[in-house]
Design a protein around this ligand. Structure first.
Ligand SMILES: [Zn+2]
Length: 112
């Protein structure tokens, strides 16, 4: 029985569009495009500051991580877990409720 696509361009196993290896041999990362980092690259300059908000509430403001290069919603989730507090994201700025600078500095130094 002849295969439907025998002799046509479809008669080859799927090849990777990036390295042109058969997919079984391909070693390319799943998507070679730049991916936002869920674990921020430590080459970036992380900036932490503590701000007082209304009713004497204190928040830790984290800047220096760009929203295009970092998966900030994912980073926020990790930091909320790390600090055990609520937080939110506004553009490139992450805010965590409470003063968590010590924890965050340790987290940043530890690296990925
Ligand atoms: Zn490949």
């Amino acid at each position: 029985m002849s295969r439907l696509f025998a002799g046509t361009q479809w008669d080859r196993e799927p090849h990777c569009p990036q390295c042109d290896q058969p997919e079984a041999k391909c070693q390319c990362p799943p998507d070679a495009g730049p991916q936002p980092l869920a674990v921020p690259n430590r080459a970036q300059k992380l900036k932490l500051r503590v701000e007082k908000r209304k009713q004497g509430k204190v928040v830790t403001v984290i800047t220096g991580l760009s929203a295009t290069k970092n998966n900030l919603p994912e980073v926020l989730k990790q930091l909320k877990n790390l600090c055990g507090s609520g937080g939110n994201l506004d553009g490139d700025t992450i805010e965590l409720q409470g003063d968590h600078t010590t924890k965050l500095e340790a987290w940043w130094k530890k690296g990925p």
